[in-house]
Design a protein around this ligand. Structure first.
Ligand code: FCB
Length: 446
């Protein structure tokens, strides 16, 4: 087993955040409302009625947060741009104050020696677009390409690589199928046109970014899927779930076709959403890197309710995070080997764009998080030793933040945030990660 520092030269260490989870200032400087402002106002939608209205107040405290990044010694910082700050209604008029905010952020990161890695869409769709159908409406893909072009023209001279979308699987399923996230629709499989339109948006934006000489990634939430037993019924259920969670979002990008979704009752053209030429638009721009967000594997059994194609089961006999997610570091290695098996030479270089865990606030001195990160980095180093081309690792997250439906209850930060005072306190995992980065650099320069 290689040690955790045994990653390739030029490997980038980073941390990740997202706009709605940290920025706050939702009504300032001309920002328009997003689906998350609307959804968090819905009674019962979010645990204890929390909202992102203030969050970590990063919109005002960003210099302090950049100082934290600098203290950590990261090479890169993954953040997201709030589309409603740039185009308050999601189309047309650009808000200069919104652009100026990200301009300052990017300049300050570069001054600190940190490469910015922006995500263009981390779920905060302008509400005006949702009012026209959101991601169920094909036109949203074209609006996204326009917005991507605005950002590339403004920051492309300083930002070499861009992530188009964050986790279209989670946004589609939690946001449009199950109603757990904004925009809170409960369409079940009828939600899948939202997946196609996000992928189309990615393809159109990728072409615009490539035309400007910029690198393009997408961050997918991926999970290795295993059947609960070797029975044919469990195996078929696992295959169906793998198609929905993973392949629906990687096959069109890397192979130019959708997986077989008939086991889910979904036709090839995804209920008429897929038009001739769309798959070329998604596939042809190519990816300069695949962003992988990994949290846990998924164990699947044949359904007990015949209305559903599968049951999702817990993974017993492993530790679980404060969120209740099973901790299986080996799943990360497995996932990367599975990707190579499925896509071969069509698989672009990998960047881990999220990986981390929530721990209960009382847990001192942050041992579960350090163990989580150390064991996952061991698994990553193992995959690299087995020939997977891995370019970087961005842990989720720099700060405790607004964890969507869970509000402020799940704490994923290397830095603790007191949400009453906004005081930031680096945890033991912050010092651990900082030391790991220093040690890796020292080893490389020997
Ligand atoms: C991912 C999201 C990210 C964060 C982590 C815990 O699915 O992309 O915003 O909430 O989970």
């Amino acid at each position: 087993m290689p040690d955790r520092y045994d990653l390739p030269p030029g490997f980038r260490w980073g941390v990740a955040t997202a706009a709605y989870q940290i920025e706050g200032a939702v009504g300032e400087d001309g920002r328009g409302p997003s689906v998350w402002d609307t959804f968090t106002a819905r009674p019962g939608a979010i645990r204890d009625g929390h909202t992102g209205a203030v969050a970590c107040d990063h919109y005002h405290r960003w210099p302090e947060d950049i100082a934290l990044l600098q203290g950590l010694g990261v090479d890169g910082y993954r953040f997201s741009i709030a589309w409603p700050r740039i185009q308050p209604t999601g189309a047309g008029t650009v808000n200069p104050a919104g652009l100026a905010f990200y301009d300052r952020l990017v300049d300050a990161l570069l001054d600190a020696g940190i490469t910015p890695l922006p995500t263009l869409f981390h779920w905060d769709l302008p509400q005006a677009l949702e009012d026209n159908g959101g991601w169920l409406d094909r036109d949203t893909a074209h609006r996204f390409a326009d917005y991507a072009t605005v950002m590339a023209d403004r920051l492309g001279d300083r930002v070499p690589a861009w992530i188009t979308l964050n986790e279209p699987f989670v946004h589609t399923v939690f946001g449009y199928a199950l109603g757990i996230h904004a925009p809170g629709r409960t369409l079940m499989f009828d939600a899948l046109p939202a997946a196609h339109h996000q992928l189309l948006a990615h393809g159109l934006a990728a072409t615009a970014l490539h035309d400007r000489g910029l690198d393009v990634l997408i961050s997918n939430n991926l999970t290795p899927v295993g059947p609960a037993s070797p029975s044919p019924a469990d195996t078929a259920a696992a295959r169906a779930y793998d198609a929905l969670h993973n392949r629906l979002f990687t096959d069109p990008l890397l192979l130019g076709r959708y997986p077989d979704l008939t086991a889910l009752g979904v036709p090839d053209d995804i209920f008429g959403a897929v038009r001739p030429g769309d798959l070329d638009l998604i596939h042809t721009p190519g990816l300069d890197g695949l962003g992988v967000n990994y949290y846990n594997p998924t164990r699947v059994a044949a359904p007990t309710d015949p209305a559903l194609p599968f049951d999702l089961l817990d993974i017993p006999d492993v530790p679980h995070t404060a969120f209740g997610w099973p901790v299986v570091p080996e799943g990360l290695r497995q996932l990367l080997l599975d990707l190579r098996q499925s896509y071969g030479s069509s698989l672009p270089p990998i960047t881990i764009t999220e990986n981390g865990c929530s721990v209960t606030e009382e847990t001192a001195p942050d041992h579960p998080r350090i163990t989580f990160l150390a064991t996952h980095l061991d698994a990553l180093a193992q995959a690299a030793a087995e020939g997977i081309d891995i370019r970087g690792y961005y842990t989720w997250s720099l700060l405790d933040n607004f964890e969507w439906a869970e509000g402020y209850h799940q704490r994923f930060g290397l830095v603790h945030v007191d949400f009453t005072t906004q005081r930031r306190t680096p945890r033991a995992s912050y010092a651990w990660y900082r030391d790991l980065i220093v040690a890796h650099r020292a080893r490389r320069s020997m």
